[in-house]
Design a protein around this ligand. Structure first.
Ligand code: DX5
Ligand code: ZN
Length: 224
């Protein structure tokens, strides 16, 4: 059985105490730190860049998982790797030469991932599966934390799981992002997801971020 990984998204952390918030989730058993990079073009919001990614790198020993929601991501890959990204995920919708972009990430020394929006069909990933180290299915429209999980995503997760199995890549992490919390975690894991990104459910937990991580683990019925 693959143990489910939990990747808190710092988008919902307190940026005035970022290192402290990261230490809290690390001690509570988080597996990766998810960094949401937005450019105000591909998505309406603007968030963080390589500088903050570097601060995340300094704050933790956990893998730094960078999710680029930006146009022309190939222009910034080197900077994010230099800032300490272990994984870089780009959106299929932003990459006309996706294969080349994924190769660039790998050549720079990070693990390449590919993400698709809720409205993008899974078939957009078919040709690229041999070249990816992570598949990220958006379960909300990217841009903001705290949105409701799109329930039709469950069917898409199941189909993605089948696609990875039949492509002979069952071990590629299948990540879900958006609206993941104690109420949705179990169903996405049952559908085949193996990495849960959660922002508001972790950092917005009324009893603190450590409890937010524990609540997710409890919801999926796995101890760590
Ligand atoms: C959405 C981002 C997510 C976001 C998730 O555009 O990619 O990582 O932070 O936030 P929650 O978990 O609050 O839906
Ligand atoms: Zn994300």
């Amino acid at each position: 059985m693959i143990l489910t990984l939990i990747a808190p998204s710092i988008l919902s952390a307190d940026f005035g105490r970022l290192a402290e918030d990261i230490n809290t989730v690390e001690s509570a058993g988080a597996d990766w730190i998810h960094v949401d990079v937005m450019d105000g073009h591909f998505v309406p919001n603007i968030t963080i860049g390589p500088l903050v990614t570097d601060a995340v790198r300094v704050a933790t020993d956990l893998p730094v998982d960078v999710h680029l929601m930006i146009e022309s991501p190939e222009r910034y890959l080197g900077e994010f790797v230099k800032a300490g990204a272990d994984r870089i995920t780009v959106h299929q919708e932003t990459c006309p030469h996706l294969h080349r972009t994924l190769q660039q990430i790998r050549e720079l020394g990070a693990l390449p991932g590919v993400s698709i929006n809720p409205s993008t069909p899974l078939s957009a990933l078919e040709e690229i599966l041999p070249d990816v180290d992570l598949v990220l299915l958006m379960t909300v429209n990217p841009g903001f934390g705290g949105q409701a999980f799109i329930s039709n995503s469950l069917r898409k997760i199941e189909a993605a799981r089948e696609m990875l199995e039949s492509a002979g890549r069952p071990d590629v992490p299948l990540q879900v992002d958006g609206g993941i919390g104690p109420g949705t975690a179990k169903s996405v894991v049952e559908a085949g997801a193996t990495v849960l990104v959660a922002g508001s459910a972790v950092f917005g937990h009324p009893e603190g971020a450590a409890e937010g991580v524990r609540a997710l683990r409890h919801a999926i019925g796995e101890a760590k």
